[in-house]
Design a binder for this molecule. Structure first.
Ligand SMILES: Cc1ncc(COP(=O)(O)O)c(C=O)c1O
Length: 399
């Protein structure tokens, strides 16, 4: 039962409000594509590729059909396939591993680090075998992963690095935008992403001219020129309508990311007002350096997540779980005989505890306040049930 009326409900994401704020520009861009009658490839896509490459600070951007294809195409370009192993974090969206499987290679799941929730380089190192070809670090939740250690490991072991930047548009690692460090990085423009199309879309950014050329061929039936097929590729092109939409939206990306960061700061201020708690075990996200996090998701932890989630839902506040099952325990990979429970303990614990709060640029101060006030109410109620001697302050670090 909802305790409050609908106006007070807080959605997890609201794409309609964003559309309303850019409606005229979007409709104008769509109309211009329709008038041009260039629906696949051509100027709209090239214009977006140039703008996106410039934005992240890469030499090349190659637009493709979606983020999963972006990952797959780089693996194919590198001729990674059957018999090869690729290390991926156990805490990610399924597509990170799926892309590896789809080229015929074997994903190997490494555990993650509990503060950042990112790939743990010690665990990744333990996963290396003579068959390992590459590592896919994921800039999960939009927080730029600190790449130094994993890059050092890859260099020492002669492995390639493919960055999964599908959630990390605009986030920076030591001042450099994800995708702008020279290594290939894969982006998704799925509608809910910080830079989202009105349908599917994706891109690879890189500095390597030969890789860029190969990717352009692979995404378009292996053809450098019409009806000339140099290699077997696929059809994974970004269509002109999506490219035109993305060009319009790219102009607002920094402003939207700035708003997300302000909302995150507001959530954290709310958390700091939380009373002493024990039972609820609420853990805010670990602090991130300024501009290193685009807050695609605002992920806290709660040891009694189900209770907190229901408490929020009953009061009209939506939340999400990213992700409920670590990749090695998904039925798809369990069926392939992967090591089970206990093989990636941190990722397994995160899967039980993570809770994503509403996050999108157009969230209002009132909505954020409702969320933090409701969590405070929950913490107070839980507190009333534990003896005061057992109470601790809200944890500021992850156990
Ligand atoms: C971390 C991560 N990797 C890969 C993908 C795949 O992207 P897409 O859905 O565009 O195929 C996504 C997004 O859905 C993602 O969040």
């Amino acid at each position: 039962m909802l305790h409050h009326s609908n106006e007070l409900s807080v959605p997890f994401l609201n794409l309609k409000t964003q559309y309303d704020s850019i409606r005229d520009e979007i409709l104008d861009a769509i109309q211009r594509v329709l008038e041009s009658a260039h629906f696949v490839g051509g100027e709209w896509v090239e214009e977006f590729e140039d703008a996106f490459a410039r934005y992240v600070g890469a030499r090349y951007a190659i637009a493709v059909g979606n983020g999963t294809d972006a990952l797959q195409l780089v693996l194919r370009a590198w001729r990674i396939g059957p018999g090869d192993e690729v290390i991926v974090p156990a805490n990610s969206f399924f597509a990170t591993a799926e892309a590896v499987s789809n080229v015929g290679a074997t994903p190997v799941f490494a555990d993650v680090e509990p503060q950042s929730c990112h790939l743990d380089s010690d665990s990744a190192e333990r996963c290396i075998t003579p068959r390992t070809r590459a590592i896919i670090p994921v800039h999960l939740y939009g927080r730029a992963m600190e790449m130094k250690e994993i890059v050092g490991l890859a260099e020492r072991k002669g492995l390639a690095i493919l960055e999964d930047a599908c959630q990390a548009h605009g986030a920076r690692d030591r001042g450099i935008r994800v995708g702008g460090a020279g290594r290939p990085a894969c982006f998704s423009f799925y509608p809910g992403k910080n830079l989202g199309a009105y349908g599917d879309g994706g891109a690879i950014t890189c500095d390597d001219a030969r890789l860029a050329e190969t990717l352009r061929m692979l995404r378009d039936h292996g053809s450098p020129a019409k009806y000339h097929h140099a290699v077997v590729g696929t059809n994974s092109r970004l269509d002109s309508l999506q490219a035109a939409v993305l060009s319009v939206k790219l102009r607002s990306l920094d402003e939207w990311n700035r708003k997300r960061a302000l909302h995150a700061a507001e959530y954290l201020r709310g958390f700091s007002r939380l009373p002493a708690i024990e039972g609820p075990g609420l853990i805010p996200p670990a602090p991130a350096a300024p501009s290193s996090h685009n807050f695609h998701l605002f992920v806290m932890r709660a040891t009694e997540r189900t209770q907190l989630r229901s408490f929020l839902a009953e009061r009209g506040i939506e939340s999400g779980i990213h992700y409920p099952t670590p990749l090695h325990l998904t039925p798809a990979y369990r069926a392939q005989g992967y090591p089970g429970v206990g093989s990636c303990p941190v990722a397994e614990r995160l899967a039980r505890e993570v809770l994503s709060l509403p996050m999108f640029p157009e969230l209002t101060a009132e909505q954020i306040h409702r969320v933090t006030a409701t969590i405070e109410e929950y913490a107070n109620r839980q507190n009333d049930r534990v003896p005061s001697t057992h109470r601790t302050q809200v944890q500021t670090a992850v156990a």
